[in-house]
Design a protein around this ligand. Structure first.
Ligand code: ZN
Length: 283
């Protein structure tokens, strides 16, 4: 079984070198990198080739680069800026051998129609797809389960992916986001397993839909009220072969050292995956 770690979990207080060391020691097989802070700080004293050499010589491999944010419903010049940023991320991902880049939707208080959001997402994703395609990189659109995000349910993200209709464009299925806005298990049951590229694991306390905040309320996998085992079983039933990765932002956990946090992430995720009656197929 292979499990990944999303460096967002300890982003504010760790450095990539530390994350790599403790992920390898804890037993993680995969790591999700972060562009704006973690990788940027690493590159102040290192090169991409050094990082590539690290991955070539260790068991730990890169899973994704996170995240190109606010991709849709932007003014023309802003959208071009988003695309330019993606070009830089895709170049780095190619050098590092990272298979996926995660992209996330615009957060806004403005009321936009579903159709406007869908049309914009499809257009931007097709632009990004063209850049990623020759580099062999895939794009994983992650819906965010808070009301202000323009794409906030699994249903909506899969509809966008379907209309985009590009082999290298799929969805990130994040347990927290799924639970937080009441996405339906039925949608997951009907999903094309090949369109789910990455699965993010965490859990949540018992708040009603629309009240959960991803940067405050995430708990370690299996430690909240989510129907995690049902979700895992449905993923297995549909034949999803996406990689599983732990992603938890929780201020309470900042009391733990980076080493303890990464070890806990691994232990809670592996325990959850092991106690699920029929383990899903793992990437
Ligand atoms: Zn996520």
């Amino acid at each position: 079984m292979q499990i990944g770690y999303n460096v967002g979990t300890t982003l504010e207080r760790s450095a990539l070198e530390q994350d790599l060391k403790f992920c390898e020691e804890s037993g993680f097989d995969l790591i999700e990198l972060e562009w704006d802070k973690s990788l940027a700080e690493y590159l102040e004293n290192h090169t991409l080739s050094e990082l590539r050499a690290y991955f070539d010589n260790h068991r730990l491999k890169p899973l994704s680069l996170n995240a190109l944010a606010s991709i849709n419903n932007r003014a023309e010049a802003e959208e071009d800026e988003v695309v330019r940023k993606f070009e830089k991320m895709a170049e780095a991902a190619e050098t590092l051998g990272i298979p996926y880049i995660v992209v996330t939707p615009l957060r806004t208080e403005a009321k936009l129609t579903r159709a406007d959001i869908q049309a914009s997402c499809v257009r931007v994703l097709r632009r990004l797809s063209e850049i990623a395609e020759p580099k062999g990189i895939k794009i994983a659109l992650e819906f965010v389960g808070e009301p202000e995000y323009t794409v906030n349910t699994l249903e909506q993200s899969l509809a966008i992916v379907e209309e985009t209709a590009r082999d290298n464009v799929g969805a990130t299925f994040d347990f927290f986001h799924f639970h937080a806005m009441n996405s339906k298990l039925e949608t997951l049951r009907e999903a094309d397993p090949e369109r789910i590229f990455i699965v993010h694991l965490s859990d949540a306390p018992d708040y009603v839909p629309g009240m959960l905040r991803e940067h405050e309320d995430r708990l370690w996998p299996g430690q909240g009220v989510m129907r995690s085992e049902e979700m895992l079983n449905v993923l297995r039933e549909i034949g999803c072969q996406a990689a599983f990765s732990v992603e938890v932002f929780q201020k309470e956990y900042d009391k733990l050292s980076v080493e303890e946090a990464i070890r806990t992430a691994y232990e809670t995720a592996s325990k959850l995956l092991e106690r699920t009656p029929s383990n899903p197929i793992i990437f």
